[in-house]
Write a protein that binds this ligand. Structure first.
Ligand SMILES: *[C@@H]1O[C@H](CO)[C@@H](O)[C@H](O)[C@H]1NC(C)=O
Ligand SMILES: *[C@@H]1O[C@H](CO)[C@@H](O)[C@H](O)[C@H]1NC(C)=O
Ligand SMILES: *[C@@H]1O[C@H](CO)[C@@H](O)[C@H](O)[C@H]1NC(C)=O
Ligand SMILES: *[C@@H]1O[C@H](CO)[C@@H](O)[C@H](O)[C@H]1NC(C)=O
Ligand SMILES: *[C@@H]1O[C@H](CO)[C@@H](O)[C@H](O)[C@H]1NC(C)=O
Ligand SMILES: *[C@@H]1O[C@H](CO)[C@@H](O)[C@H](O)[C@H]1NC(C)=O
Length: 345
């Protein structure tokens, strides 16, 4: 086999293995007792301490069952449930603002979860959170409850395999928090001297509403899925939603190629590290744009794979119940700061 073919084979093998693992993890019974008939199934109660970024959703009724077909998993945001909840989830940003408002007593069987979707550069000093939390919930693969921005799943969609029609716009980028010191800023500044890039977002006052975001990105052949910082496993909605849901080819800058290969659909992206310089990358982009067949190759994965994105916090919270029985019953994050930076618990 050529190296290319063996690489592709390995990738396929990896993908099917991970779907199998996913299937097993998500289909295991919540209550695997031997005498299930004797033991009435217990509901798990998950308390969300504050809504992330102040945006709340309805938790009335049995939302995990209604929305995601996950049974015996009751979500609440009523903080007076803190004495009885099985799990309390603390979202990082609000937690840091109101540390003093942590529940006073905690039942010995209760688990506290630290939740964040941000990379370490955006978390600040976490040392004051050491020794408080039992589980973590984040995009990190080694989090106790892994909640990625998106994932690759098996099963194609013939309709989705059609690349967008040819377009006069080559590439676009949406950026709000532009900082000259970021790797992506330097890369963009160089890349734009070789190819035209349409830039949107708060940075240059070309704000795009949620409604206009994907159609606007979908007008160009390529999208710069440039992460705000390079961190282990950190691949955000800039890839999953902005590029893949808009149906264009992502040019990625974030973790290394191996991470993207493990998580993104096979052959779906252009990694900046594959090129000696922004000039070489620009040349490749122009070449692909001028060659319909080369461009279409970046869409082949859509015949065999789909992506799934997570946007609703409720879906993330319901994942706790799926994982609950398999999580370490007794665990404490003594060095949360170290863990977020890739180190030990
Ligand atoms: C679990 O919650 C559901 C939905 O609220 C409720 O109908 C059911 O009676 C509860 N089961 C137990 C064992 O508490
Ligand atoms: C919901 O989950 C149950 C098993 O937990 C399964 O038997 C059923 O088919 C699922 N329903 C839907 C609509 O997916
Ligand atoms: C929260 O729960 C307490 C105790 O069960 C109840 O008295 C209160 O009305 C609830 N608050 C809301 C907003 O539902
Ligand atoms: C983090 O905060 C702790 C306590 O507030 C302080 O002692 C420590 O010096 C800070 N570390 C850094 C790197 O800022
Ligand atoms: C775009 O159109 C040009 C001119 O017709 C063609 O050569 C090129 O292959 C097309 N590119 C894509 C990506 O469709
Ligand atoms: C969770 O962490 C706390 C704080 O370190 C600890 O006291 C408690 O025993 C842990 N809970 C469980 C169920 O292990």
């Amino acid at each position: 086999m050529t190296t290319w073919a063996s690489k592709a084979f390995l990738l396929l093998l990896l993908m099917s293995l991970s779907s199998l693992l996913y299937y097993c993890a998500f289909n295991q019974p919540l209550h695997p007792q031997k005498h299930q008939a004797d033991v009435p199934p217990r509901n798990l109660s998950i308390l969300l301490w504050h809504w992330p970024f102040g945006r709340s959703y309805s938790l009335n009724g049995d939302k995990c069952l209604e929305l995601y077909n996950i049974s015996r998993c009751l979500l609440t945001d009523n903080t007076s449930a803190h004495r009885t909840a099985d799990v309390i989830v603390f979202h990082h940003q609000e937690l840091m603002k109101r540390l003093s408002l942590l529940p006073d007593k905690r039942p010995s069987s209760q688990h506290w979860v630290w939740m964040s979707m941000e990379p370490p550069a955006h978390l600040g000093n976490l040392t004051q959170l050491n020794g408080i939390f039992n589980w973590t919930m984040s995009y990190r693969l080694d989090a106790d409850i892994h909640v990625p921005y998106g994932m690759t799943v098996a099963g194609g969609d013939a309709r989705g395999s059609q690349p967008p029609p040819n377009s006069s716009c080559l590439a676009s980028w949406v950026v709000s928090n532009y900082q000259a010191a970021q790797a992506r800023a330097a890369f963009y500044q160089s890349l734009k001297t070789y190819i035209p890039i349409k830039v949107y977002g708060r940075w240059n006052q070309k704000y795009l509403s949620q409604r206009r975001l994907l159609p606007t990105i979908g007008n160009c052949l390529f999208y710069l899925s440039f992460e705000n910082s390079q961190a282990k496993d950190y691949i955000s909605e800039k890839l999953w939603r902005n590029a893949f849901e808009a149906g264009v080819v992502p040019v990625v800058l974030g973790p290394d190629r191996e991470t993207y290969e493990a998580l993104a659909p096979p052959g779906s992206f252009i990694h900046v590290a594959d090129f000696k310089s922004p000039a070489d990358l620009a040349a490749h982009i122009k070449e692909v744009a001028a060659d319909r067949r080369a461009y279409e190759r970046y869409f082949q994965w859509r015949q065999t794979h789909r992506i799934k994105t997570y946007t609703d916090w409720r879906e993330r919270l319901c994942q706790i119940c799926i994982k609950y029985r398999s999580l370490a019953a007794h665990k404490v994050y003594h060095d949360l700061q170290g863990w977020t930076k890739g180190g030990q618990v």
